[in-house]
Design a binder for this molecule. Structure first.
Ligand code: ADP
Length: 398
């Protein structure tokens, strides 16, 4: 079956068409600046040239119409007509406590996703716009919602509750939810598969280190803790997000800099993380690694603080699971940053980790990067959220 995977943001939309039998990506692309001047669609079929076209996209329905046109284009398309697309899988950021698994989309499901909008006001409404636009254009095609939060719904109460008045949980469902669940699930399962071990027998820590970053503890096939919280702002230091800070800093800065809560939230989301720590050098680890190697003190500070922070979380999750068998690195930095992996693992000698430097320098493979006598196995597993969404969609539609 051919499955269209859609990841819809407020002004952008990423898509992939995946053949669920061969698990091959037949075509992929991106619509940018939806509803803004200078909208653009990028389309890349598996065999063929990538094309970029500037064309008006006043709304998401028009963006999806252009995606479907590109996929069925007689010259460069990859399907003859829309009937060849068996199902659509939508990434949905927040499923609250309502969704612990992916679901077939119905009118009722849409209502429940709407009820979660409060918890992810920037993301869920955009995801819903994508779903509604697709339903309009493909009314007879089954659609599935795959939630970023679902994999983490197995966390026990002691892992998801905050030390706040309980009434906030009762009234507003304020608790830890966690994100990047599709990636944490895919990577942890893949690690067990590559090692030839049973998923249910392993204690796995997944470090998803991209521009956004989160870490999870997966014990016997279930997530038992994760670093992101009610929102993706909590946890690790990220590209531009602060991660954990003393909450009283918010009041302190508000007074000193005469800033509103919204302005401070903007600083914490967009101007902090390694970008802020490096005194605005960069949020990109390629620049930070280069700076570190040139002795730039801003890059050194950012890299060291970032890696120390990841290592501290690993320690916390070893405690949460009373041990660890496998540590996985994934996403932009985790997959491509041998230096970051080295600097994190330097803190983890107590786990008996011995990296094989030749393997650590490889790229793009699902591999263990530790020596055979390393007590804990460290792996690099490139994430593939689109494939995971396609698999979920196929499972629910069949
Ligand atoms: P997201 O999906 O959260 O936007 P990604 O997982 O694509 O992010 O990761 C993007 C980040 O990966 C970049 O900001 C950069 O810091 C890092 N990155 C990408 N390529 C490399 C590389 N070759 N070496 C080190 N870091 C890299």
């Amino acid at each position: 079956m051919k499955i269209l995977v859609i990841n819809c943001g407020s002004s952008s939309l990423k898509f992939q068409l995946i053949d669920s039998d061969s698990e091959e990506c037949l075509a992929k692309g991106l619509c940018e600046r939806i509803g803004i001047d200078g909208s653009m669609i990028t389309y890349a079929p598996k065999s063929g040239d990538k094309e970029k076209t500037e064309t008006p996209m006043p709304d998401h329905t028009e963006a999806i119409r252009l995606v479907l046109d590109a996929l069925t284009n007689p010259k460069t398309g990859v399907v003859k007509n829309l009937d060849e697309i068996g199902a659509v899988g939508h990434r949905v950021v927040h499923g609250g406590e309502k969704f612990a698994e992916s679901v077939l989309i119905t009118d009722d499901v849409i209502k429940i996703i709407e009820e979660c909008n409060d918890l992810a006001p920037l993301h869920n409404p955009a995801n819903l716009i994508g779903i509604n636009a697709c339903r309009k254009l493909m009314p007879n095609t089954p659609m599935v919602a795959v939630f970023d939060t679902a994999f983490h719904q197995t966390m026990p109460e002691e892992a998801y509750m905050y030390g706040l008045p309980y009434e906030y949980y009762k009234k507003y469902k304020i608790r830890r939810y966690g994100f990047h669940g599709t990636s944490h699930s895919y990577v942890s399962k893949r690690a067990a598969e590559v090692l030839g071990k049973k998923y249910e027998d392993l204690k796995i820590i997944v470090c998803h280190l991209g521009n956004g970053a989160s870490i999870s503890a997966v014990k016997n096939g279930k997530c038992v803790d994760t670093s992101m919280g009610l929102t993706p702002l909590q946890g690790l230091i990220m590209g531009t997000r602060s991660g954990d800070i003393d909450p009283a800093i918010i009041e302190f800065i508000a007074h000193k800099e005469n800033k509103s809560i919204d302005e401070i939230m903007n600083v914490l989301n967009k101007k902090s993380g390694v970008l802020g720590l490096s005194d605005n050098l960069s949020s990109d680890f390629r620049d930070l690694e280069a700076g570190y190697n040139n002795g730039d003190e801003n890059a050194i500070r950012a890299m060291k603080t970032y890696c120390y922070n990841v290592a501290k979380y690993v320690g916390a999750y070893v405690a949460a699971m009373n041990g660890v068998d496998v540590i996985c690195f994934t996403a932009g930095v985790g997959e491509n940053g041998p230096m970051v992996r080295n600097m994190i693992c330097e803190h983890l000698g107590y786990l008996g980790i011995k990296l094989d430097q030749e393997l650590n320098n490889k790229r793009g493979e699902d591999i263990a990067i530790t020596t055979p006598d390393s007590k804990t196995t460290v792996m690099v597993i490139p994430t593939n959220e689109e494939l995971a969404i396609a698999r979920e969609t196929c499972r629910l539609v069949k």
